[in-house]
Design a protein around this ligand. Structure first.
Ligand code: CP
Ligand code: NVA
Length: 306
């Protein structure tokens, strides 16, 4: 059984196939609609955290492909509280053909995969956001017509989105830099697990404290919230510490003149990104949000096609 939990568990070849499929499914959708290749299939979506993009794009993706998506919110099934994660996995696998989960503890999505007889997709955990990273590389690929050799700079918190973006960069041969304040770096094991992938693809990676150093010459400047879901109690301290990491016109001046700006959203305008940048000519944040739909269609089709 194949699961979509973390990108480092996949081969670069398989992720290229998914990326090409996303390009194909997007073109197919735009030229009149997708073939109903998931007719009769049901996706169970478990959410322990809020969502706009992920929840809607997975639901609509299943509709476009002829299938059906079932939404299970935080208060409905009590994952790991009302019932063990293992039992939820075993029961849902009897009703549905694929399960997707947005969780706090990464271990919960791994346990779902361990016990479900159907594929499991990670729709974001405290550790990673692989579906987002696939939409991100799709957006960069469409814009530049290539991935290999491009430099992508992540500015702010070394969080779940940054971790998956590093993995994607390592697979697709991109040069990844990140700037975080001390104490907010990506964990050591995340760097460790991309070593082999980067060596094979020609990707490089480097961590900085100074955001301008990370952004220097970048083709893509990426940011995300400074306060991820579940970190609300640390909000004041995080916002104060990360203030110098705002993606604004001043920071963009350090990047390549043709650089584009990405943000997974939701954005906290005035904190990690200014309105001027988010709504400016270099911003691709809304095409990026749309690409969640196309990238996830490809993930769904790939996982559900033997
Ligand atoms: N980017 C993203 O995952 O958005 P949601 O939290 O709204 O799903
Ligand atoms: N890092 C953010 C991403 C939201 C899509 C969070 O985990 O809340």
């Amino acid at each position: 059984m194949r699961h979509f939990i973390d990108l480092h568990e996949w081969s670069s070849k398989d992720l290229w196939r998914i990326l090409q499929l996303a390009v194909h499914l997007k073109a197919e959708w735009r030229s009149g609609g997708n073939r109903p290749v998931l007719h009769g299939k049901t996706l169970a979506m478990i959410f322990q955290k809020p969502s706009l993009r992920t929840r809607v794009s997975f639901d609509v993706a299943m509709q476009h492909l002829g299938g059906y998506a079932l939404m299970l919110g935080p208060d409905e099934i009590g994952l790991g509280k009302r019932e063990s994660v293992a039992d939820v996995a075993r029961v849902l696998a009897g009703y549905t053909q694929i399960i997707a989960a947005r969780v706090f503890a990464h271990q919960h999505v791994c346990e779902l995969a361990q016990y479900a007889r159907v594929p499991v997709i990670n729709m974001l955990s405290d550790n990673s956001h692989p579906c987002q990273a696939m939409a991100d590389v799709l957006t960069v690929y469409e814009h530049f017509g290539q991935l290999k050799g491009l430099k992508i700079a992540f500015i702010g918190d070394g969080n779940n989105v940054a971790a998956s973006l590093l993995e994607a960069a390592a697979h697709f041969g991109m040069h990844f830099t990140i700037a975080t304040p001390r104490g907010y770096e990506l964990p050591a094991h995340v760097w460790e697990r991309v070593k082999g992938l980067a060596a094979a693809s020609g990707a490089t990676y480097q961590a900085f404290v100074d955001p301008h150093e990370a952004a220097r010459g970048a083709h893509v400047v990426y940011t995300d919230t400074w306060v991820s879901m579940g970190q609300e109690k640390e909000a004041a301290e995080r916002v104060a510490t990360m203030r110098p990491y705002q993606v604004n016109q001043g920071l963009l001046a350090s990047a390549d003149a043709q650089a584009v700006v990405l943000h997974c959203l939701p954005a906290h305008r005035g904190d990690e990104i200014t309105d001027e940048v988010a709504d400016g000519p270099q911003s691709l944040i809304f095409p990026q949000a749309e690409n969640r739909l196309h990238a996830q269609k490809a993930i769904l089709v790939d996982l559900m096609t033997p």
